[in-house]
Design a protein around this ligand. Structure first.
Ligand code: ACO
Length: 363
């Protein structure tokens, strides 16, 4: 049976760090509150558009697979923070990677579930024989949507990109199962109300810009149920048991959501990969970034059973079960890096302050 296996992987995390101490200097919060409630210590703030992070992560993934961009049939760009709506961000990534016209590209927006949605979509296209090699990139610049006057959301989000290359195999490796869902009854629990077409003139309101607005408790409750249930469905659909899971790579939104999901699945801590302390919630990018680190740190061996589980705005949720292939080392390495920046953290955040208002301690 033809399956899709991950043959390359890469990430791009921008260099500028926003720490809990920095946030303490801006608003009424504390390192202790943020650490205990979310598990986050610091996050990255990008000085470039999502497409530039995507191109760097994509270059690393292509090198790890030993492929050039001309070998890729399709690029799927998972993001909810697009460079532009027209053209799609995938077009910018296509241009930056110098992809040929024959390489198709599109955006897929399933919010924080975008990478797992894309992984499943790409795998099914490969299984069907339609395409052979697909580059899936998740790139997010959530910092652009942070309202630093709202401490309940400002401490949670950051920027990053992660990418994988998928190729066909006839071996017993690759994506074994995947499931996706959308609970639109909870649509208003997580939204950016004044974004996109809401900015059209006829809808223009006096205070036209709003950042991320969230009912944290409701999202929390539904995330634990959805990630747990879909993970079980994915494992069962693969004909396996929870005991067979070697590693869970969950969406990194809150360490308490991850811990509660692991408890539902009865998975010990060493079978759950977390890096939320270092990057916060980078939406669709959390899982591919975590995957690259898990590989580097030896969490994944040939044949490992890896479950990816995510939830996000919509509320979307998705899980996929993967049996890892024979290779856990990159074939080649890329020297792709972001263009450096001279701008300080506060200079990068100034656009947020101008749009959404200054945080209380900087007024
Ligand atoms: N620092 C200090 N205190 C704070 C902060 C802060 N940064 N933020 C809120 N508080 C206060 C609140 O005002 C409240 O005070 P009160 O009791 O005097 O009213 C108190 O802390 C408790 O607030 P809660 O919102 O009840 O705190 P909770 O324990 O629920 O944690 C959190 C909040 C971290 C947001 C949690 O609900 C959560 O993680 N929810 C899920 C969020 C998530 O995963 N979102 C996914 C986004 S995915 C996507 O698609 C973008």
């Amino acid at each position: 049976m033809r399956r899709a296996v991950i043959s390359g992987w890469g990430r791009c995390v921008p260099p500028t760090v926003l720490s809990n101490a920095d946030l303490e200097g801006m608003m009424d919060t504390s390192d202790e509150w943020i650490t205990v409630r979310s598990g986050i210590k610091e996050r990255r703030i990008s000085h470039v558009e999502p497409s530039e992070m995507a191109a760097v992560a994509g270059s690393h993934a292509l090198a790890a697979a030993g492929l050039g961009i001309e070998d890729i049939d399709l690029i799927i760009l998972a993001s909810c923070t697009s460079d532009s709506v027209v053209p799609a961000t995938a077009a910018h990534v296509h241009r930056l990677l110098e992809a040929p016209v024959a390489t198709a590209a599109f955006d897929l927006n399933a919010n924080c579930s975008g990478f797992v949605y894309s992984l499943i979509t790409a795998s099914k296209m490969i299984e069907s024989g339609m395409y052979s090699r697909v580059l899936v990139v998740a790139a997010e610049r959530l910092s652009a949507l942070i309202d630093f006057t709202d401490r309940s959301t400002a401490v949670l989000f950051g920027d990053a990109a992660g990418a994988v290359v998928l190729e066909p195999t006839e071996e017993e490796y690759g994506l074994l199962s995947g499931c996706m869902q959308m609970d639109s009854s909870a649509l208003t629990y997580l939204e950016v109300t004044e974004d996109g077409l809401h900015r059209m003139p006829e809808r223009h309101m006096e205070d036209a810009y709003g950042g991320i607005a969230m009912n944290g408790r409701e999202v929390f409750r539904r995330a634990v149920v959805a990630m747990g249930d879909l993970s079980v469905r994915a494992v069962t659909a693969a004909g396996l048991d929870l005991d067979d899971v070697d590693l869970l790579i969950p969406h990194q939104a809150n360490i308490r959501i991850i811990d509660a999901t692991a408890r539902r699945l009865k998975l010990p801590a060493h079978k759950v990969y977390t890096n939320i302390h270092a990057y916060g919630n980078t939406s669709a990018a959390t899982i591919p970034v975590a995957l690259t680190e898990a590989l580097e740190q030896g969490y994944i061996s040939p044949g490992s059973h890896v479950v990816f589980a995510a939830f996000g705005g919509g509320l979307t949720a998705a899980a996929a079960m993967m049996r890892w292939g024979e290779r856990t080392e990159p074939l080649e390495r890329s020297d792709a890096v972001l263009a450096p920046t001279e701008r300080s953290l506060m200079e990068l955040l100034d656009a947020n302050f101008q749009v959404y208002g200054f945080p209380e301690k900087l007024k």
